[in-house]
Design a protein around this ligand. Sequence first.
Ligand code: ZN
Length: 284
Amino acid sequence: MSLVSITEMLIKAREGKYAVGAFNILDYNSMRVVVETARELQAPVIVQTSEKTVLFWGFKPIVSWIKELAEDANVPVAIHLDHCKDLSIIKNCIDAGWSSVMIDASSRPLEENIALSQQVVKMAKFHGISVEAELGEIGGIEEDISINEENAHLAGVEQSKIFLEKVKVDCFAPAIGTAHGLYKGEPKIAFDRLKEISLLSDTPLALHGGTGLSEDVFKKCIALGCSKINISTQLKYAFIDGFLNYYKSKPTEYNPLTILKAQYNALKQAVAENIMLFGSNQKV
Ligand SMILES: [Zn+2]
């Protein structure tokens, strides 16, 4: 199957009351895990790249890996650019072959956020590419973006209404109290706010900061319209721990391929666990 945008898979997910996992990859091995696990579980899937990962590898290699993997997958696979403030990087991703992008102008005043997001929608729609945008500010640390608790704020209902009327996004990420990175203590999710926002439109919602949320929280958020759930931090841990744990158990072996295999297996467990929690298995 060739690459798809996130539009159709998320509409189906919102209607079917499950969520598609959006997994941040780091290299070819982790990308392969995400696509192969989705194939085994017959789940639609979103392979997500941070701006940093894109700049580390370059645009062309990432697209060539994902195209080859998606072709053999027989499940819908999207390649999505995660939080990006830089329109030139977004444009380069669109030109290189990404099937979906996120514009994150959430730190700007509402009118500017709307104008920038509209600009990206215009740019992407011309190529049949889907767009996610954010409102409010999601706390925590993601790559180089750090939002402390005082600056993190929930998306307003009235502001969300205005935003959704003016910007025709395929996926809307309202800040509802989740955070990037690891939670210190119990996360405080504003379910009431999420409910009010979900009633505004049928637009699928994205839940950021999925690592560390409980099954109960996922279920509630999915029931309230979250159709895309981002998992990044958990995969960073699996990536490094999978590698280190194997090395620690066999420090004298020095066989890189067996270490990569151990890393693959640790990542696979994390990806499979989340797909099952989100209920997207057997949904193709
Ligand atoms: Zn995020």
